[in-house]
Ligand binder design. Structure first.
Ligand code: ATP
Ligand code: MG
Length: 467
């Protein structure tokens, strides 16, 4: 029988998991902290550890290396209420097999447990690099959609090997940010991260830019130049728009990736490199292979690890974290204090399709901060295509004269609940009714509190700057 140890300082939640795993036929023990867990594990010798991250005393992240050291075969699922990139990457780097967010989706947990226990031991010998900081806050990614969480996990895993990575996704989805996150997680932010825009320059210049040149290699080459691969030694080289490389440079790049060596322009000496290659493209590389524009062998070298960033319109729940994070960043760089955003602006954002993705959101916010006379971003600061969406939606609402009394009642109750952030006491005051009556109306009209419960009055302002 497979054995599972649950460690959670929240006794009730630990017990619930224990009962659940027992009902699934696992031998399960529960502990309320890292040290107690280590002692229990000595006895139980569990196959799987399911551990909370935030606990008083030693955190789950601190405890994780101790477990991996004492029980080298143990598999680990970390559980946390944090949705940030950094703790996910750290957990994966310290040897966690999976990472699940609270509130726990029991199907997701079951799927992770059976996947791990079914393949127990199959990943033996996998090298887990030691811990270490994962990010540089300027480049921290936010977003807790399922897609983003998977991306954080992949970043944590890929950082442990020197694999070549290809990042794909529409323009403005955060490809460069992912490249930097891999770089920081793998080498720390002090190692060089060198970016090359493969689309920007003509072939010889690009070749010399990437691989360097000897003095006199071509007209105008008055001095020896080391080139970006040499500058990226010990770090990472980021090849942006890699699909646009010319055939000549593609051949040289293949050699670098395969043999870890290159020859500077006009030179004869072979140079070695240990820089990790990270490519990015918003083109369909496979299509380019089909058209004979991109080498198939190079394509497969890049396909080893592919991280795909979905467009923002497919992960709109990320807006709730992106908007405050970007607003904070913009205020800092522009030395402004426009930390708030009207709820209706957020509604307009949710109704828009964001063809330019996160970069478009950033630009819209930047413009609004620059033009805002006060400390709040209002709908009139939004461009027509964004503000227009929400006014069109309003125009579609039925005129009052055609609504029934109960329609009006439902709408009014919903509006009051929304403006009081579902503070029922305050809503009763505004509506002039008793609590039982409010409860009846809520159930009669099937009204539902937004996720997170509300009850934090901020007088219509939805977003505050995040530091
Ligand atoms: N998840 C995120 N969290 C915070 N900021 C983000 C996120 N994704 C993108 N950004 C920001 O959006 C902007 C665009 O991101 P980035 O330059 O990485 O996109 P890209 O995919 O490389 O775009 P392009 O294809 O146009 O080069 C940057 O300012 C970046 O900091
Ligand atoms: Mg880019």
């Amino acid at each position: 029988m497979k054995k599972i140890l649950v460690i959670d300082d929240d006794v009730a939640s630990g017990r619930t998991l224990q009962l659940h795993f027992r009902s699934q036929g696992y031998d399960t023990a529960v502990a309320s902290g890292v040290d107690e867990g280590l002692a229990t594990a000595q006895q139980l010798q569990p196959h799987l550890l399911v551990m909370d991250i935030r606990m008083p005393g030693k955190s789950g992240l601190e405890g994780l290396p101790e477990f991996k050291q004492k029980f080298s075969d143990i598999r680990v699922i970390m559980i946390t209420a944090f949705h940030d990139m950094e703790s996910t990457i750290q957990a994966m780097q310290r040897g966690a097999d999976d990472y699940i967010h609270k509130p726990i989706d029991i199907d997701e947990l079951d799927a992770a447990v059976s996947k791990i226990l079914a393949g127990n031991g199959s990943e033996k010998g996998m090298v887990h690099a030691g811990g270490g900081g994962a990010g540089d806050s300027d480049y921290a990614m936010v977003g807790s959609s399922r897609a983003m969480k998977e991306i954080y996990k992949t970043i944590g895993l890929v950082a442990q090997s020197p694999a070549t990575v290809l990042i794909t996704g529409e323009s403005g989805t955060g490809k460069e940010l992912v490249a930097r996150a891999i770089h920081c997680a793998a080498t720390g932010s002090s190692a060089p991260f060198v970016a090359v825009n493969c689309a920007a320059v003509v072939e010889t210049l690009l070749e010399s830019d990437m691989f360097g040149h000897e003095k006199g290699a071509f007209t105008g080459a008055v001095n020896r130049q080391p080139g970006k691969f040499a500058l990226a030694e010990g770090g990472s080289i980021f090849l942006d728009e890699v699909g646009d490389l010319s055939p000549g440079v593609q051949a040289k790049l293949l050699r670098v990736i395969q043999e870890k060596e290159f020859v500077p322009l006009g030179g004869s000496q072979v140079k070695c490199t240990n820089a990790r290659v990270i490519g990015a493209t918003n083109a369909d590389l496979l299509e380019r292979v089909g058209q004979g524009k991109f080498r198939e062998d190079l394509y497969y070298r890049f396909q080893v690890v592919n991280i795909h960033l979905p467009p923002l319109r497919e992960r709109m729940e990320d807006l709730d974290q992106l908007v405050p994070a970007l607003l904070g960043r913009i205020n800092r760089t522009m030395h402004r204090k426009v930390p708030r955003l009207m709820g209706e602006v957020m509604d307009a954002f949710r109704a828009y399709t964001w063809p330019g993705n996160v970069r478009e959101l950033e630009n819209v916010l930047m413009k609004a901060v620059a033009l805002s006379p006060g400390n709040t971003i209002t709908l009139d600061l939004m461009p027509e295509q964004i503000a227009g969406g929400i006014s069109a939606e309003r125009a579609e609402e039925k005129p009052a004269a055609e609504q029934s009394l109960s329609d009006v009642e439902r709408e009014h109750v919903a509006r009051v609940l929304a403006t009081t952030h579902w503070h029922r006491g305050r809503a009763c005051e505004v509506l002039g009714i008793s609590r039982p009556r409010l409860r009846r109306l809520i159930s009669q009209y099937g009204l539902e509190a937004p996720a997170g419960g509300g009850a934090e009055p901020k007088s219509g302002m939805l977003v505050e700057e995040q530091e």
